[in-house]
Design a protein around this ligand. Sequence first.
Ligand code: ADP
Ligand code: ASP
Ligand code: MG
Length: 412
Amino acid sequence: MGIIVQKFGGSSVADIGKIKNVAKRVVATKLAGHSVVVVVSALGDATDKLVELARQISLTPPEREMDMLLATGEQVSIALLAMAIHELGHEAISFTGYQVGILTNNSHTKARILGVKSERIMGELNRGYIVVVAGFQGVTIDNDITTLGRGGSDTTAVALAAALNADKCEIYTDVEGVFTADPRIIPEASLVPEITYEEMLEMAATGAKVLQLRSVEYGRNQGVVIHVKSSFKDGTGTVVKEEDEGMERPIISGVTHDSNEGKITIFGVPDRPGIAAKIFRPLAAANINVDMIVQNVSTEGLTDISFTLSLDDLARAESVIKDIIAGLGAKGYNTDTNIAKVSIIGAGMKSHPGVAAEMFDVLARNGINIQMISTSPIKIACVIEAGQVKTAVRELHEHFQLSEEAITRETI
Ligand code: ADP
Ligand code: ASP
Ligand code: MG
């Protein structure tokens, strides 16, 4: 009998009615003859509410305590789901990340899973129990509670699927799968039936929050095929997997956006070797991920350095910059929260020159100024003004004909 890991996100367990609905789905999977491990997120926007409570005390709370707080959200949902399964006449048992041995490093608030002990879960599955595991959390070797970064329950599910050698890893959410753009902004976006890990990595890294970036990385590294489906509607959803022959290869697979980024610019930095390391090493030491970096051409030996990062890290990054700015000999810095990132992703870009120019044309025609650009072989990302992001996504989606059946495709 094969194991299926099913993950249900916050909106799928937002209230008691929805929790009961999840319980029914899980029981149906069990009755179909599978061993079921369920991963759940906190109820609805419970995690946002916890973040807000902490903010009322401090903009830079100790990250260990932040994890202690955030991990409570999932402890509520696992217990309620296990109770709902019991009510349907089936055996279920809930566990925190700590209890099932989801071991992480100690990067509090964005910890990485190092390994999962599968014995406890296997024991319960062998007894015929449905096992309910708290998403988004783990424990360090010193028994400190950690969390895996926003959206981290996806990664819990993929890591469990890998550790248990599961037959399937299904991520149930509030949309029918991965779309060519966020369906909340582009209602006519098309469902992508299958997508390679590489493209999904880029989509997740540039804001398509339907899967956490780390879950896709984990899936690729461990060979876990990820199925994304709707909690509310039946459908085939999206399969995220290794590229294979016969897989369709669109020039552009999707347009993504990220409105949760801010920019810091440091002015009048002496242009000499070692300066960039002096800025970015302390940021890394403070567990802050930097996204794009731009350094201007220097005039009279001075330059400006701008970089973008998650808004969640902005306050902590600012306090790091304040501490180092005098030592850098820089003139000052500012922060800009009025930015967003819009990106296009597609493996077919590699063999189609001119895609970047097309993107820049579309933005220019719509009066959208590009502040920063970054590229990979299968991605072009532009930082623009926040207020223009919806127009940018809509116009790019339309220009590359992503809502139409006749998407320009080539087969390998
Ligand atoms: P969950 O609570 O189930 O983890 P999330 O809110 O984390 O769900 O992710 C699902 C959301 O991701 C959708 O509601 C959708 O608005 C957003 N999203 C952004 N880009 C995309 C995309 N390209 N395809 C599908 N969903 C997307
Ligand atoms: N509850 C966490 C969050 O809101 C984890 C998750 O939903 O995946 O980010
Ligand atoms: Mg999510």
